[in-house]
Design a protein around this ligand. Structure first.
Ligand code: CTP
Length: 402
């Protein structure tokens, strides 16, 4: 996450300027404070209004602020912008701006900001393949690299000119990832495949009715977003939920019943390093789901229920040596004792014990109260807190153990 980090995005005149909108949005999503400085030429490609709306801050373009409410003549301080930022990323950087950065030519606010910036500066070039290959551009990049400016290499592909080659600005999500990794270098989850189950399961009685439970699916979605924010490759297998993942890098497979969830887990568990099974799986299902809607002809209706597969137990029994498995439990009595039994029986590395007793904890709330149980009776109990905070604490614990 980039919470509390101040990132200044510089935009120069290139077709790829439209990608800076996605970069700003991605940085905001990761929690950063974002401000934008544009060159006059970049306004031909993207409007300051788009970038100020996405960054939630006014955009700096000219040395003098535009007249507002009858007040004029206010200076846009390039020094203040350069000092404010923890990181200055110029994306896209054009061949023209690259050249100015080398010579120190200061004919716009972005260049003045660059020359007065005290923070690390990164650049993401975007230009036509021949412009990029040109010895002058390459020499400029070498000189800037020697000044400790970090260059995010362009990628190859179809260019605005219609030609094919190297020169496309790196994708905004990838740039944001690299920024996140730079600020948070320690995450052991980066690049790891993580399987998460979440939400309830619905067990069909007939085509219109089912047996379900009150799980909202929030915990699964929070976990999936938090893992992806740490750079993991996430697969969320979730039962029916209204919750939406925010991180575009989470792959979601929506399932309905425990059997479907089981099948999807079987197909994916062996590819993953970590499994976090937070779904509230129905323990029982109707033995037969009626093909047609059941009519209310009789005074009594008896449903025969049979046991669902225990998905977590299957994952534990089939766990490989290098896989780390987390399960959840909701106990109403002898919580620690029963939780520990579950940890052993399902061969877990960590069990998250949920509370139903505390106000604000349990189904549907944004807060929860949990205890972590690990092998050898190691436990840690946490106060009532936001689910996001607690699930990030869980990820810290997993990272510690990996
Ligand atoms: N779980 C599962 N498949 C099931 C039932 C539960 O994968 N059919 C998983 C849940 O995702 C959770 C854990 O098992 O991580 C604990 O579920 P819980 O309902 O507390 O325990 P059970 O094992 O079902 O035992 P019991 O209901 O008897 O307490």
């Amino acid at each position: 996450m980039l919470t509390g980090k101040k990132i200044l995005v510089g935009v120069t005149g290139s077709i790829a300027a439209y990608k800076s909108a996605f970069l700003v949005r991605e940085l905001i999503r990761l929690g950063a404070d974002v401000r934008v400085v544009m060159t006059p030429a970049s306004r031909e490609f993207i409007t300051p209004l788009t970038l100020s709306t996405l960054s939630k801050n006014p955009v700096a373009v000219d040395f003098v602020k535009p007249e507002t409410n009858g007040q004029a003549g206010e200076w846009e301080s390039h020094v203040e912008l350069g000092l404010w930022a923890d990181l200055f990323i110029i994306a896209p950087v054009s061949a023209n701006t690259l050249s100015k950065m080398v010579t120190g030519q200061c004919d716009n606010l972005l260049m003045a900001t660059y020359l007065s910036a005290k923070c690390p500066v990164w650049i993401a070039p975007a230009m036509d393949l021949d412009m990029y290959k040109h010895p002058s551009t390459q020499e400029n990049l070498t000189k800037l690299t020697a000044q400790t400016i970090r260059v995010i290499d362009p990628t190859s592909g179809e260019l605005a000119s219609g030609l094919d080659g190297k020169g496309r600005m790196q994708e905004p999500e990838e740039i944001a990832d690299q920024i996140d990794a730079w600020f948070n270098p320690a995450s052991k989850l980066r690049g790891k495949k993580i399987l998460i189950t979440g939400g309830p399961t619905y067990e069909a009685i007939d085509p219109v009715r089912f047996i379900g439970n009150h799980s909202s699916g929030k915990t699964g979605v929070i976990l999936a977003d938090a893992c992806a924010n740490r750079g993991a490759e996430v697969l969320l297998i979730t039962g029916p939920t209204q919750q939406r993942v925010k991180n575009p890098r989470v792959k979601v497979i929506a399932v309905t019943s425990a059997d479907e969830m089981m099948k999807t887990v079987e197909q994916n568990w062996f590819d993953c390093t970590v499994g976090i099974y937070s779904a509230a799986v129905a323990d029982y299902k109707p033995e037969f789901a009626a093909g047609e809607k059941i009519k209310k002809t009789d005074d009594r209706l008896t449903l025969n229920l049979v046991k669902n597969p225990d998905i977590l137990k299957w994952a534990g029994l089939n766990k490989k040596k290098d896989q780390y498995l987390v399960g959840f439990a909701l106990e109403t009595e002898n919580e620690l004792e029963n939780g520990t039994k579950k940890l052993v029986a399902k061969k877990l590395d960590l069990l998250v014990l949920n509370s139903l007793k505390d106000a604000g904890a349990g189904f549907g709330h944004d807060t929860n109260k949990v205890t972590f149980i690990k092998p050898n009776n190691k436990t840690a109990t946490f106060e009532l807190n936001e689910k996001t905070v607690l699930m990030n604490r869980l990820l810290d614990e997993i990272e510690h153990d990996l």
